[in-house]
Design a protein around this ligand. Structure first.
Ligand code: ZN
Length: 169
């Protein structure tokens, strides 16, 4: 395993991969197309558990088609349905777009994050579930990088880009 050419993804390794994410109907939800490959530190929950599990043991050049059930992705939907709120009830400086998150305080003082899942005219829908909760996710992945994590990356628990020197937070 000291031979770098034989490196495979596993705990303590930084993996880089290109991906296309589709739903059950084949609609593209997300893709690294035209972007840098995604860098992650294996074993630190940087990516959803189901995908991390299936990447383990793969080397550069490997291609993976993975179907991930909700329980190993963003979880099942739970709690109440999305709530409809009037735009005037939002702070003026807030950018109201689908996919954005809003921090709110519950009546008992707890901080929680809600997702904007829909807008229509004056109305905005807020949902306590992640937009991908309840969805089975289909990944097409190509592994394009695999290297041991740097000490900084190990300490921070995330990858610092392709060569370990970029710092994203
Ligand atoms: Zn860091």
């Amino acid at each position: 395993m000291s031979d770098e050419a034989a490196a495979v993804l596993g705990d303590g390794m930084v993996g880089l991969f290109h991906y296309t994410l589709t739903d059950d109907d084949g609609a593209v939800l997300d893709s690294s197309d035209g972007r840098e490959p995604l860098a992650y530190l294996h074993g630190h929950s940087n990516i959803i558990p189901g995908l991390e599990k299936q990447l383990a043991g793969l080397a550069v050049g490997a291609k993976l088609r993975a179907t991930i059930p909700p329980a190993e992705a963003y979880g099942e939907r739970s709690g109440p349905e999305a709530q409809r709120v009037h735009r005037r009830d939002f702070p003026k400086d807030l950018d109201i777009v689908v996919g954005a998150t809003v921090g709110v305080r519950t009546p008992d003082g707890q901080q929680m994050t809600l997702w904007i899942t829909k807008t229509e005219g004056a109305w905005v829908w807020l949902d306590a579930n992640h937009p991908m909760a309840g969805k089975t996710l289909h990944f097409d992945v190509e592994v394009v990088g695999c290297r041991p994590a740097t000490q900084d990356e190990q300490r921070h628990g995330h990858a610092h880009g392709p060569d370990g020197h970029h710092h994203h937070h």
